[in-house]
Design a protein around this ligand. Structure first.
Ligand code: C2E
Ligand code: MG
Ligand code: MG
Length: 465
């Protein structure tokens, strides 16, 4: 009996030891797994390009920090024209620059602050907030070091960071909304700060909610035909008769009435919907031209705008070709307006586009010439057919000799390169007379006519003939 009890006791002890061992091993395994998981987690939280924090990790930590005490500010930083660095130096140098920018920002931060790369050349920085002045000083310190970055030959890259600033209110914790506000604030950049800073204000909230409203109804509006092409006549200068038109989109909402493109085109450019609008407008103009042709009307070329957003889709012009195939149009009845800002980029792909446009029987022009940074030099490299002089040339009050000399030189240069010239935004009769002297080909401006519905344009262009 005693023996039996002893064996049972031994077995019990054995089991006890075994179970304890199991616990120890299991604990060990869990600890290893946890460490691995943490390592993996960290790895996942790291940005491939910069080695700093990625968006997810940044947002996770930022959310934790703002849940604590004290006031924070979210700074959304974007590198101005970063594309130029990639274009000039190649992607690997571009990546290295992003890496340096991240580490310069990180070095400025305290333990209870965080930063990470949000996407492309955008960084999020969560900082403690005392005053705008102090924030400016800290951002200026970052900007100075970044401006000082040099290439291997010792030349500065010339990097400028643009900051959008949103001061987070107590209790606010929706990090994606906070990021959106800070990003939006970059639009308010003013020269009154030490560095380019835009600060979020109440108008931004209203703008954001307005944009949301427009985005909610834009697709339906397109389906239901609430986007309407208006035509603004272009007048030739010899006889002052209608010789063409530009198709300009109008959003005629049943509840709101007319919404002008300045209110929605920039939004559609950022959300990509402008591509649908442009293709729609193009097809509307194809229909118009086919109808006029069938009715035996004289040819009046109509131009359409092509947003730079299209260039984000490879071979985007095929979509234009597909539409064009459906219609029977005389050549050169449609002109594609390429915005001037496209010309800062890759001239080769732009030239390929221009060749395509010509191959399918359309012509093309540079829109808003003079509004940005284009150089006269590029005119000889891209074989466009016409140059549209931006209305900055004709802004009232600038009608001095110097202004006129500039206009004259641009027109003469365009003529030497066999380009047609169209002056946009002309409002005064004196300017018309001057442009006549300069032998400018066409004028599109309120001095002659504003954009109008198609039926009204038809009366003006074909009515009296
Ligand atoms: P834009 O292509 O440069 O078009 C010319 C703009 O100048 C038009 O404004 C026109 O109404 C305005 N304008 C013409 N003459 C005068 C003048 O004498 N004085 C003044 N103050 N303004 C004049 P709108 O129709 O409001 O369009 C503004 C911009 O919106 C256009 O500038 C263009 O960039 C964009 N846009 C319009 N329709 C489309 C479209 O279908 N697709 C794309 N991508 N952009 C479009
Ligand atoms: Mg235009
Ligand atoms: Mg224009």
């Amino acid at each position: 009996m005693v023996l039996i009890m002893l064996t049972a006791l031994e077995t019990f002890e054995e089991v006890y030891v075994k179970v304890s061992l199991c616990f120890v091993v299991a604990g060990f395994v869990v600890a290893v797994l946890l460490m691995k998981y943490k390592f993996l987690y960290r790895k996942l939280g790291r940005d491939d390009v910069t080695g700093g924090k990625n968006k997810k990790e940044f947002e996770r930590i930022a959310k934790d920090l703002i849940g604590g005490s004290g006031t924070y500010v979210l700074v959304y930083a974007n590198i101005d024209r970063f594309k130029l660095i990639n274009d000039d130096y190649g992607d690997s140098v571009g990546d290295m620059v992003l890496q340096k920018v991240q580490s310069i920002i990180d070095a400025e931060l305290r333990w209870d602050e965080v930063s990470g790369r949000i996407m492309a050349d955008n960084f999020g920085v969560l900082m403690r907030f005392n005053s705008i002045k102090m924030l400016e000083h800290r951002l200026a310190r970052i900007s100075e070091q970044i401006a000082d970055l040099k290439d291997e030959n010792g030349n500065h890259y010339g990097i400028i960071l643009y900051y959008g600033v949103y001061v987070i209110e107590q209790g606010e914790n929706d990090i994606s909304a906070i990021m959106e506000y800070a990003n939006l604030a970059r639009r308010n950049i003013s020269p009154s700060h030490m560095v380019p800073i835009g600060i979020y204000d109440e108008r931004d909230r209203q703008r954001l909610s307005r944009e949301k409203t427009l985005e909610m109804k834009m697709r339906k509006s397109l389906e239901q035909g609430h986007f309407i092409p208006y035509l603004q006549p272009k007048f030739e200068l010899k006889g002052e008769t209608v010789a063409g038109a530009e198709a300009l989109v109008r959003w005629i909402d049943p509840e709101e009435g007319m919404i002008y493109p300045n209110e929605f085109i920039p939004l559609f450019e950022s959300n990509g919907f402008v591509v649908d609008i442009d293709l729609y407008m193009f097809e509307e103009v194809c229909k118009m031209q086919e109808k006029w042709n069938q009715e035996g009307k004289p040819i009046v070329p109509v131009s359409v705008n092509l947003s730079r957003t299209h260039f984000e889709v490879p071979n985007f012009f095929e979509q234009y070709e597909k539409i064009l195939e459906k219609y029977d149009l005389p050549p050169k009845t449609i002109e594609i307006e390429l915005t001037e800002s496209l010309f800062y980029n890759d001239l080769q792909s732009l030239n390929e586009l221009v060749s395509h446009i010509h191959e399918v029987g359309l012509s093309c022009s540079i829109d808003d010439f003079g509004s940005g940074y284009s150089s006269l030099n590029m005119l000889k490299d891209v074989k466009v057919d016409a140059l549209k002089l931006d209305r900055v040339f004709f802004a009232s009050g600038d009608n001095d000799k110097r202004g006129r000399d500039i206009i004259q030189s641009v027109i003469q240069l365009a003529q030497a390169l066999d380009l047609h010239t169209i002056s946009e935004g002309v409002e005064e009769r004196a300017q018309v007379d001057f442009l006549k002297e300069m032998d400018c080909d066409l004028i599109q401006g309120y001095v002659f006519a504003k954009p109008m519905p198609v039926t009204e344009f038809e009366k003006l262009a074909f009515g009296q003939r």
